[in-house]
Ligand binder design. Structure first.
Ligand code: SAM
Ligand code: SF4
Length: 358
């Protein structure tokens, strides 16, 4: 699909033409990844972060946020619970926590792998190559790192590098691929300063990077961040709205350009539409959901943006809610790890996880 055509679909407002986009994304999803919805148990295990991302409530400068880091036993217990609830994957997510020791993470991954059959996805920010290699060696299967925006100027503005370093998420993504991880990335939709041209380029980059997983969600302003305090008169004419509909458009286009990728209906989308956001996401290109299995006492502290959904519920309640939603759509549940079809195609016979290779 041409860049111009992507821009025009992002700007589309005619309901009949939008219905055609949703139908096409749904058809391509069914043909390439089937009707199964994969469930990934999300463990938000630490909210410590050394970074100053202009959009995120976990940024180091937010000193009003109470910080936590779950113990190894707590994390393993949450992973065992995810397995008991029938999920095929755990996603271990955190801020870019300087307190995460390389060997501690290796031990954690090894324990989860010993005690459960789960695939392990990491989402720990920009980490050094030796850490990424060690965690892959310990058994981690996948890594999620959004590049947030392909507009380098905007990226540098909202995502300052660590002192003495140049932040380059694209370089980390390439490294992850060469280490054999299943690689996921994505963007926020409607970041102040993001234009339609930028967003179309982001979607083109999903295909260029040949991503195995694509996570996109609306940008949601957090008042205790610099971006969250953007004044209306700072917003340009070509600003992408951070709306629910724009999120569906990006999900649908991501499905058309990357037919075999795993695409979740994200929590940020459900935050904009608590009632049917996840269902509409699944009907417009998505094939995965990430029910939260973080112990309830920590959830409100993982406040990347305000009014996040599912912060009072237990892991069991989230599981039951999501199962009900998926069943009501007549979709089935993925059995097993739910590896990305794109990854399998890319890796060929090398596309087995470390433990599969014995
Ligand atoms: N620290 C890791 C990282 O940055 O990759 C993982 C955790 S971080 C909270 C996960 C994602 O949350 C980011 O990649 C970003 O896209 C999203 N996020 C952060 N602040 C957000 C906001 N205000 N609105 C929507 N999404 C946000
Ligand atoms: Fe830290 Fe990730 Fe939030 Fe940036 S997006 S402040 S790296 S948790």
């Amino acid at each position: 699909m041409e860049h111009k055509e992507i821009i025009s679909l992002l700007r589309e407002s005619d309901p009949r033409r939008l219905d055609r986009l949703w139908d096409e994304a749904d058809r391509v999803r069914r043909r390439h990844v089937g009707d199964q919805v994969h469930l990934r148990g999300l463990i938000e295990f630490s909210n410590h972060c050394r970074r100053m991302c202009g959009y995120c409530g976990l940024r180091a400068e937010n000193t009003l946020l109470e910080r936590y880091r779950m113990s190894e036993d707590e994390i393993v217990a949450a992973a065992v619970e995810a397995d008991r609830l029938g999920y095929g994957t755990v996603v271990l997510q955190s801020g870019e926590d300087p307190g995460l020791d390389t060997q501690w993470m290796c031990n954690l991954i090894t324990r989860i792998k010993r005690q459960t059959p789960l695939a392990v996805t990491l989402s720990l920010g920009e980490r050094d190559e030796h850490e990424l290699a060690a965690w892959r060696q310990a058994g981690a299967d996948r890594y999620l790192l959004r590049f947030e925006t392909s507009n380098r100027r905007l990226f540098d503005k909202i995502h300052p590098p660590q002192p003495g370093k140049t932040g380059d998420r694209l370089a980390v993504l390439r490294r992850l691929g060469s280490l054999g991880y299943e690689v996921g990335s994505g963007v926020m939709i409607g970041i102040p300063g993001q234009t339609f041209v930028d967003l179309a380029a982001d979607i083109g980059l999903f295909a260029e990077l040949d991503l195995d997983m694509i996570g996109v969600g609306p940008y949601i302003a957090h008042p205790r961040t610099p971006l969250g305090r953007t004044a209306d008169d700072e917003i340009g004419d070509d600003q992408v709205p951070n709306s629910e509909q724009m999120t569906y458009k990006v999900m649908a286009l991501a499905r058309l350009l990357c037919p075999a990728a795993n695409i979740p209906a994200t929590t940020a989308l459900a935050t904009l539409n608590k009632v049917t956001g996840r269902e509409l996401g699944l009907a417009r290109g998505a094939n995965a959901i990430m029910p939260n299995v973080t112990p309830t006492k920590y959830r409100r502290l993982y406040e990347i943006y305000p009014h996040k959904v599912c912060i009072q519920e237990t892991a069991q309640a989230c599981g039951a809610c999501i199962r009900g939603r998926v069943e009501s759509m007549g979709r089935t549940f993925g059995i097993g790890r739910g590896d990305s079809a794109n990854y399998r195609r890319r890796q060929g016979s090398r596309g087995q996880s470390i433990e599969d290779r014995g």
